[in-house]
Design a protein around this ligand. Structure first.
Ligand SMILES: [Zn+2]
Length: 202
């Protein structure tokens, strides 16, 4: 379809098509939109080029940060003994917005999926156990979506934490099975965190 376009435009369309959710039609529309907008192209180009070098994982919680330690981990007014495990930075911000949680976080970035080669290492679980000791964590809240892979990951984490003196709970009540956390309304999410189900006492 993009055969008749000049080389650079054609390459841009092909590259945009590699992005999730963008088919060739949307990629073409975006590319044509950018065509006569040099300032926007320059800003986008610079931001995209810098992105992988500027944004890193916080050395404690694996949240996204431009510094070695993210703003949440830097905040000393939070409860250091409670840690909330989330799948990704989107869910972390969403829980932050509810304002109900005042501990620290741990971001997995993935859910277990052996067929895609995603195991405990990719989830940073070794780092999690290191943090438990380092911060003297007393309670862990597993705040993963109640989907099949979310549940499998939660069970695996619980198994790993068996030998650690921490209380483990899981947000549950009110969130329909199979639903992603980011689509749950804030009130239900608050209730789910508040009424979390204890999986293991200290
Ligand atoms: Zn952090």
């Amino acid at each position: 379809m993009s055969g008749a376009y000049p080389y650079t435009l054609k390459k841009l369309i092909e590259t945009f098509s590699l992005l999730p959710g963008l088919g060739e039609k949307s990629a073409t529309r975006l590319s044509l939109f950018l065509l006569f907008k040099p300032e926007l192209c320059e800003t986008l180009g610079e931001l995209i080029k810098e992105l992988p070098y500027r944004v890193k994982l916080c050395k404690f919680c694996r949240n996204l940060s431009e510094e070695e330690v993210c703003s949440i981990c830097k905040n000393e007014n939070r409860d250091p003994h409670i840690l909330c495990i989330v799948e990704n930075p989107v869910n972390l911000s969403y829980i932050e917005e509810t304002g109900i949680f005042n501990g620290y976080y741990f971001v997995l970035h993935y859910l277990l999926s052996p067929k895609d080669g995603i195991g405990p290492k990719e989830l940073g679980l070794e780092h999690l156990t290191y943090l438990i000791k380092l911060r003297d964590i007393k309670e862990i809240i597993i705040a993963l979506s109640p989907t099949l892979s979310g549940e499998a990951t939660a069970s695996y984490i619980l198994e790993i934490l068996k030998d650690y003196p921490v209380k483990v709970s899981k947000i549950a009540c009110g969130i329909p099975m199979g639903m992603e956390i980011q689509f749950v309304d804030p009130l239900t999410l608050k209730k789910a965190i508040f009424g979390r189900e204890v999986l293991k006492e200290k």
